[in-house]
Ligand binder design. Structure first.
Ligand code: DGY
Length: 311
């Protein structure tokens, strides 16, 4: 049987099996398995996840390809320009993972500043001796400024959350036009990095990884943060200099780093595992049942539309 839709993964919920009833020539095969490699030759649609980097060579091996659906809002693992040049549509899943991702950024922030993992480990160790005035103290958040890089839906949703904690959101975005950003709780200024960084007790990244944002924050930028600042990344690895952040953690200059994403993930720099004042999660941003089902539905709807409308 020929393969019209080639998916690297089953998806959460009924969307993919419903798609298969409409387009029975659907093959599930692990990314880069022999079956996946050979089905490329006839595939009209690919279903991929963010850990499946598709190359221009894959496009060449797929002469009938009309559409790539990715179970992510980020498309940095896809050869976007080459797809555009060939008229291959890209279907991603914006919007439906906004709250889940903003929630995980907030989880990192609170877990880090309120030392949740250390407290839990202490209780489970059986060594807890009882309440003490100076036990596991962390910085307060209310009344401080939170720099947010990216004013897309997830950045706005995170701003709303930290505003509810009593923080003052400040934005930087690729637009760079100044002015203000409305985030649901009110207006916040859009600032150049040089003004935003020295004011940010917390800095949270919510911009996509693009050529413009790759390496956006180098060592000199991170050194502009106030002493004790906390860095949160739920966007993509590669936006800030991980080595510099680890050095600044070691020296005590950075107050903490909370990460859901890493440069080169799922392999991460082993220094992270030893770094003090860190909370490290395995890319859980969109990991709620409802969100993953909605992402799958959006992807499959977009794929069906592209397959019925593309030449
Ligand atoms: C995305 O969709 O790009 C997110 O990183 C998934 O959690």
């Amino acid at each position: 049987m020929s393969t019209r839709i080639l998916s690297t993964s089953p998806l959460v919920g009924p969307a993919l099996s419903e798609l298969a009833t409409r387009f029975p020539d659907l093959l599930l095969a692990p990314f880069r398995s022999p079956a996946w490699n050979s089905a490329l030759a006839e595939a009209e649609a690919l279903v991929v996840v963010l850990s499946n980097p598709i190359t221009e060579a894959d496009l060449t091996a797929a002469p009938h390809l009309k559409v790539i659906g990715t179970l992510s809002v980020g498309v940095n693992h896809l050869p976007v320009a080459a797809c555009q040049a060939r008229g291959i549509a890209i279907v991603s899943t914006p919007g439906v993972l906004t709250d889940a991702t903003a929630d995980i950024a907030l989880t990192l922030l609170l877990a880090l500043t309120r030392r949740v993992a250390e407290g839990e480990a202490l209780v489970r160790s059986g060594q807890w001796q009882g309440w003490a005035p100076d036990q596991l103290l962390g910085p307060a958040l209310a009344g401080k400024a939170c720099g947010i890089l990216g004013s897309g839906p997830i950045g706005l949703a995170f701003a709303h959350r930290v505003w509810a904690l009593g923080m003052t959101p400040l934005f930087w975005d690729r637009d760079g036009s100044g002015g203000t950003v409305y985030f649901g709780g009110g207006q916040a200024p859009r600032l150049p990095l040089a003004e935003l960084l020295p004011r940010s007790a917390v800095l949270s990244l919510h911009c996509p990884l693009t050529e413009q944002t790759r390496g956006l924050l180098d060592r000199a930028h991170l050194e502009q943060l106030p002493a004790g600042a906390v860095l949160i990344n739920t966007a993509r690895g590669g936006i800030f200099d991980e080595h510099a952040a680890m050095d600044l953690l070691d020296s005590g200059r950075l107050g903490g780093v909370g990460l859901d994403v890493y440069e080169g993930e799922p392999k991460l720099n082993p220094r992270w595992l030893q770094a003090p004042r860190t909370v490290l999660l395995p890319h859980l941003g969109s990991a709620t049942v409802e969100t993953r089902e909605a992402m799958a539905q959006m992807l499959c709807d977009g794929l069906a539309k592209a397959l019925t409308t593309c030449r």
